[in-house]
Design a protein around this ligand. Structure first.
Ligand code: HPA
Length: 245
């Protein structure tokens, strides 16, 4: 399976990549030019979600162009790397989590390819946003790489770029969410519309607002992410090897 890796905050230099490719999309430019990653017999692609340099805020990311360009490059599945705040007690800073469901709280983002009014109206099934063979590949690869990853959890996609208020986090808890981040949607939904498998490796950067005595520290978030990306890189390299078989 040919893969696209979408790297989020802190995940820019996880992999060795080749010369970026300029791909045109009808939705405008992607966040950055996709970069080839050679693994075994196939070429996979890396895309820097927030651009290179890291500058595009979550609500301004051209998710449609990003997914369109990866699809055009022949990618069949996407491994997204997402920084999150941990809500569930099991999800502590530095942990890796593979969510199995999500709730979308974002608004005002271009979130569908079914949007022209001229193309056929198409609804997609989305009961299990992160399912399929790619999920199994990721779990097996984490095992082989020796990096622990929590299997399952509900991802809350919030609008950002600010973090949440404490009351918002309490609401997310009541809604059954375990993790909170700003970029999982509409990315996962667009991947489904494009017929691509999609998984998200969430890197817990902090406990969500109100769950610690101290306010969330942005410096701590960047420190934790910087310290965790090497481990994410181990898992991703193992995924690329497995997907090549
Ligand atoms: N909330 C939303 N997004 C995040 C957080 C958070 O606490 N931490 C890292 N990304």
């Amino acid at each position: 399976m040919k893969l696209g890796i979408i790297g989020g905050t802190g995940a820019l230099d996880m992999l060795e990549t080749g010369h970026p490719e300029m791909i045109k999309s009808p939705f405008g430019p992607p966040s950055a030019r996709p970069e080839p990653i050679r693994a075994g017999s196939q070429t996979n692609w890396f895309l820097a979600r927030h651009g290179r340099p890291h500058r595009i805020p979550p609500h301004r990311i051209n998710y449609r162009a990003n997914i369109f360009c990866l699809k055009k490059l022949g990618v069949e599945g996407i491994v997204a790397i997402n920084a999150v705040g941990g809500i569930h007690d099991d999800h502590q800073p530095g942990d890796l989590v593979l969510p199995d469901d999500l709730v979308d709280y974002t608004w005002g983002r271009e979130h569908t390819f079914t949007d022209t009014g001229t193309a056929e109206l198409r609804h997609v099934e989305f009961g299990r946003p992160f399912s399929g063979p790619l999920r199994e590949i990721v779990l097996a690869a984490a095992g082989t790489s020796g990096e622990a990853i929590h299997d399952g959890g509900v991802y809350a996609a919030t609008q950002g770029p600010r973090l949440e208020s404490e009351a918002e986090v309490r609401r997310l808890m009541r809604d059954g969410c375990d993790l909170v981040g700003m970029t999982g949607m509409p990315e996962a939904g667009l991947a489904r519309e494009a017929g691509l498998e999609y998984v998200s490796i969430c890197v817990v950067a902090n406990r969500a607002a109100g769950l610690e005595d101290q306010p969330v520290s942005i410096e701590d978030i960047h420190r934790v992410l910087a310290g965790s990306m090497e481990r994410v890189g181990h898992v991703v390299k193992e995924i690329l090897v497995s997907a090549d078989r």
